[in-house]
Write a protein that binds this ligand. Sequence first.
Ligand SMILES: *Cc1c(COP(=O)(O)O)cnc(C)c1O
Length: 387
Amino acid sequence: MHDLTRCVHHPAVSQEGFSSLAVPTYRASTIVYPDAESFSARGKRGFDGYTYGLHGTPTTRTLEAQITQLHGGVRTVLVPSGQAAASMIMLTFLMPGDCVLIPDNVYGPVRYFCADYLKPRGIEYKVYDPLIGAGISSLIDDKTKLVWIESPGSGTMEVQDVPAIIQAAKARGVLTACDNTWATPLLFKPLAHGADFVVEALTKYIGGHSDLLLGSITVSDIELRQRIKLVLRDMGIGVSPDEVALALRGIETMGVRLRHVGRVSEEFAQALQESAVVERVLHPALPSCPGHELWKRDMGGSAGVFSVVLKPGAEANLKRAMTELRIFAIGASWGGTRSLIATTALKEERTVRPWTSAGTVLRISIGLEDEQDLWRDLSEMLGKLEH
Ligand SMILES: *Cc1c(COP(=O)(O)O)cnc(C)c1O
């Protein structure tokens, strides 16, 4: 063997005695086969086997299996973002002439996907009141093929009667998908209530460090996984094992992170109700939150994200006060170690349950900083809004 070949061929080394707690990061485009026969027969390996890096490596399979276990599902498919998880389900299971039902408080880009991408291609969408519960039946007709659920919903945090909606959809033979990003599998398991798909933006609590983008779709039926994987293959969409390795690290600490931010967010939500510039706090753990009883029945625990409606007029000094925050960072997305604050526009994104509050809405995501530092930062900011 000459040096040029030696440069390319990595020597095989012994793995005997090596055992690490970390999941190895397996990168691959090409998968090599032991002989010509198995190469010819590679099509028979299916989506649980290894055929091409795009379709999975042991690293991605490990995270898939872990999320599948947490959700009590059959298989999980990883996609490049939480938004891609939503769009891929819709692209796979909706055909021209079909209709999808989405809640009024759905993650904004999902509504835009329906309006900007699906609708011009002949796929309809209808927006429903997130508090509709079993009443979803009245919106289902022959064209309805999918009911999208997100609970609690983005921004306004209404908690849906997920079991009732799933039951009503199932009775009419309609698929149901639940965006479970706020609750994570630790607080809620939609598949146990009969959902066909559960979606997680791994970008948030599973990643946990604001340094990756990934989404997952966990299914209750292997056939559904098969159909999604075929579409991903046709579109050439897969995920990077390096991103997945970060998520595998993040998921190990999700339990303690979530328990902590859940407790602090509940305490802050409670306390913020007393602020002179706060009109309303929107947090599922508060009895005033629409769907609070359902949250108590189905989840009983909190994540770190909630919203605060300021009294009209409080916005006068808001930009300066936010800019002067020392601990909270200003930014969208959430679920990382840093606490975040952002203004959020709800009026344009509500068509069924009109948003009528005149005050500015702040979205707050609690991170892992010392809670006294956080509270001081937030109180000082709110103090600057009084006049
Ligand atoms: C952030 C978010 C998403 C999208 O996740 P990305 O990975 O950022 O695309 C989807 N649903 C909810 C509820 C989210 O908060």
